[in-house]
Structure formats: structure tokens, C-alpha cells
Ligand binder design. Sequence first.
Ligand code: F6R
Length: 614
Amino acid sequence: MCGIVAYLGKKQAYPLIVDGLRKLEYRGYDSSGVAVLDENLSVFKKKGKVNDLVNFVNKENGDTSGTIAMGHTRWATHGEPNDKNAHPHLSGNGEIALIHNGIIENYATLKNALIDLGHEFKSDTDTEVLVHLIEEIQKKGNLSIEDAVRKSLEKVVGAYAIVVIDKKSPDILIGARNSSPLVFGLGDDEFFLGSDASPIIKYTNKVIYLEDEDVITINRNGDYKIVNLQNKTSTHQIKELDLKIEELEKGGFDHFMLKEIYQQPATIEQSMRGRINAAEGWAILGGMSKHMNRISKSKRIILMACGTSWHSALIGEYLFEEIARIPTEVEYASEFRYRNPIITEDDFVIALSQSGETADTLAAIELAKEKGAFVYGIVNVVGSSIARLTDAGSYIHAGPEIGVASTKAFTSQVSILSLMALYLGHERGKISGGDYRELLTALEVIPQKVEEILDQNDHIKSIATEIKNASNALYLGRGYNFPVALEGALKLKEISYIHAEGYPAAEMKHGPIALIDMYMPVVVIATNQSAYEKIVSNIQEVKARKGIVIAIINEDDTIIREMADFFVEIPTTAEPLSPLLSVIPLQLLSYHIALMRGCNVDQPRNLAKSVTVE
Ligand code: F6R
């Protein structure tokens, strides 16, 4: 949610910033801007994508020389996406420039006070208020820019990652964070700040993850200082990033989303590496084993997440209850934090997040920890805020997910949840030896089976052609595949803008059946062995009302293939693991439909990859 990149060094900064913005564009893409400081402080901003900004700068023949600069790609919160609301924002005297990711919650109060002091505002943003506040505090106290930034932040309520450039201090870059991520990169005679490591990794793998209320001042001579808002020095370890630049490229695919769908045999395998051995009969997660004493005695599991990660969590509920026999609840992180939930020290809380930065999930974790629960993270981005805040956890090791619609993170999360349930079930003696071995064996061969489904891409594309003009779609599933129905519907709506709903198949007759007519595609996940006859009846009900049935069936299915208008066969697996396979055709179906409708699949409208505001 908004991307930030800044540079201070010996090279011309503008090309590096533009390159960095292209890497960060997945975080927000309604407008972008840069500020470059040489003799003048030049600011360029444009509504639209980074390309629109570059074309604008070229057309204007803008002066982009300078070895200190910063750039921002925006996901609008306060003020519509247009040129004036794009970042950077300038102080009234035009000498201080600021970029910001987050929300200044008390901006209205601050703004009114500043207006009374004679400040005039050019944009509708909360961010512009902060840069005027810095100017005011600097002027009033005759302060250095570092002190002015720090003192201004003391007055701010809300979330922020900011970078500030001051024309009067051309050798200094200042950054600060609270609840929004900011990474400091240390190269050879050059320094970077970024919302994440993607714009930095090309130049250095040495980074410091800033903590909440850190303010960093970076000097061109190589000195840097990190203090908290009370001006106390904080020390941070320099970490080495294990990220390869190729992981941030499309690698021959037309879109990141397609690349990420196709990576799934490898990413699922990677999520299990060193954690399972069916031949020897074990599944172990290092993050859990150290705390197994506490975890296995838990009276309840609470899974917390948002969006697609919440759908994985729902599958986790089925897995933990069936395999480990622990009562499990699933919470939307955003709801959990705003009621007064009953949590005790006997609860095992699991937070799921691809980005590790989702603001609502972070806040829910803080609440659970306050109440004494043990909190475990299932996270993709190494070193992210959620990974650092949780008591223990397992990385899913899916590699950077750049397509805004989550695909490979979902299957890797489900793979980790399956491993956790098996490990816990076995430790607690709740799963028979036979079932345990059967599930381990089935889990190990999932990557090959995903590969077989991907081979049907052309067939899935042909189904997409048949339903691409629909205005609505219904997704039905039962048991383990009900969350997959929700996920299939979310994938379709977020990238193709077709209204879609996921429903438990049996619930259809309690309302949604009223929607079915000859124009309504109904995607039915019909692979469940246990409720097969029930699903057959649900399909009959749809057919009786002339709905268009697209069924996901097992390869040995004989009945539903005769009833469905279209079907995709997928390999058979143990039912608890079926979501790992059944979701793949739904991802491909959404991808092709969106593409056929001319939508931007990697950067769907109104969305951003990492939701760092509430
Ligand atoms: C949908 C999608 C979102 C995210 C949600 C949570 O395709 O990607 O619904 O799943 O914003 O994000 P994370 O997992 O980063 O916490």
C-alpha cells in the first residue's frame, strides 16, 4: 500500500528511483512522483502508472540531475488519485519534500491549527499536513531537519513510513516509520530506503529493518543514526537478504500472476522442504517443535487473517479440527481487534499473512499477545513486521508474490497448515498411524499433481471463452472445498470485475438459488468423496434452473461429467488436501477471463498488494 524508495550516494539518483518505483508499483499504482535535489529541489508527479510519470518528465524535459532523490507510488486514502494529490508533497516554502505510506489520523486537527498559522494547502491529502507541520516546527524552534521531523512525529497519531529531503541539508536523507514498513539498505558509498527490499536488492543485500517510532538520519559521508521519538539512540542488526533479482522479474511469462500460478509445483515443494518425510513417517516444523509443550496443550486454536489468507485459515479450521482434534475458530483480523474477544493463555493463535505487513492482522496479533496468547505466524515475506512480532512461526518460502491477486501464497499457506495439523495431530495421538502415513504420502506428491492440472491450461482457457461475458458468477463447494469456492469467487471478482459469490453448496437453496438462470455460470467444486451425492443433487438443482455448470471433478468421476456443461478433471488426492489441487483451475479460469475482458491482471483497479492501512 504505497511504495517508497529513496537514494543518497554518488550516482545520478533519478534512474535508480524510477527503476525502484517499477519494482514497487504492485504496492499502489494510481499515481506516482519523484523529488530530486541538486541545486534545486525538483518535484514531478503524475496521475497513473510509473510510465505516465516517466513520459511526463521526458515531455517536460524536467531537470532530474542530482544524487539524492526519492519516489513514491500511491494507493489513495485521503484525496482522489490525481496529479495534485500524488506524492511528494512540499512545505509552504517549497524547501522540504516528503513521501508517505500510511494514514495520519489526526490530520484534520493539525491542518486546522496550521491554517490558523497561515499555511495554505494545495492537496486533499493527510501527508501534506505533515510536511507543513515539519516546516512550522523547524521554523519556530530554529531546529535541524532531523529534530523537526522527530518532534513533528511526536504530534502525529496514525501509521506512517516517511522519507524527507530538505533543500537546506543536501547531504541528508531522513526516514521514519510507525506501523508501516521501511527498510534501510547499506551499499558501497550509497544508501537506500524502501518500503520493502525489492528496489534495493539490485545494489546491496545488507539491510536494516526499521522498528516502530524509529527515525533514521543518513549522511552522505556514510554515517547513519537511528533514534526513537524521544531521541534515544537505538541499535539495529544489519541483516543479509536472501533474495535474487530474477525473483522480481516475470521470467518469460506475460504476467506475474501467470508466473506465480505456474510456480506452484515448486513453491508447494519449497514450503515442505526439510519439514516432511513420508518414507520415514514424519512431519515437523522447527518453529513449532521448540514450543510443542505449550502448543499441544492448547485448548483452542484461533486463526486470524484477511482476504485470501483468511480463506487459507478457513481450510486450517477443517484441518486442525479433523486431524489434531482441537476446537478451532477463524477470525477476520479486522473484526477481531474491534470487539472484546475472549482470549486466554490456553489459546494458540495463528496469524496468516503473505506480506507480513497487513495492518489489521498486525493489530489483531498485538491484541492477542496482550491477552497472553501464544501467537504463531505463517508468513511469506522474510523479516516483515508480522514475522518479527509473533512468538514463533514458519515462513512459507514462496518467494516474492508480485501479482496483486494472491495465488502461490495461498497454496503454500495451506501446505503449511496441513503440515501443522499433521504434526500436532500426531504429537497429541489424535490421528491413527495409517491415516498419518497416508496423508504424508499424499502431501508429498501434491506438486506433481499440480503440474498435471497446469497442463490443462488450454482447456481451462477454452472454458473461460464461454463464460467471459457473464455479469455474475456463483462458486459452490462443500467441506474443505467451501473455502476454495470463496477463494475462486474472490479471484474472479478482483481481477475481472465480474460480481462473484462463493457459497457452501448446500446453502444455495436458502437464497442464492433465486439468482440462477441461463446466464449464470455456477462453478462447482465437486471432488469431495464424502459428500459426493449431495454435490450431485446441488448440481441437479442448478441444471433444473438452466444455470451453466462448470464442474471441477476427479479424474475417475463418471456422473458429474455427464451433467456439467463444462468440466475440468483434476487428480484424486486425500480429501483434506484437495484444496491444494482444486484451487488451481479456478486461478487459471480467473486469469484467462480477466485477460479476455481486457483487464490488468497484475494491477487490478482500486487494489494494492500490501494493505498497510486499516
Ligand atoms: C487477494 C489478496 C488479498 C490478501 C489480503 C491479505 O488476492 O491478495 O485479499 O490476501 O489483503 O494480505 P496478506 O496475506 O499479505 O496479509
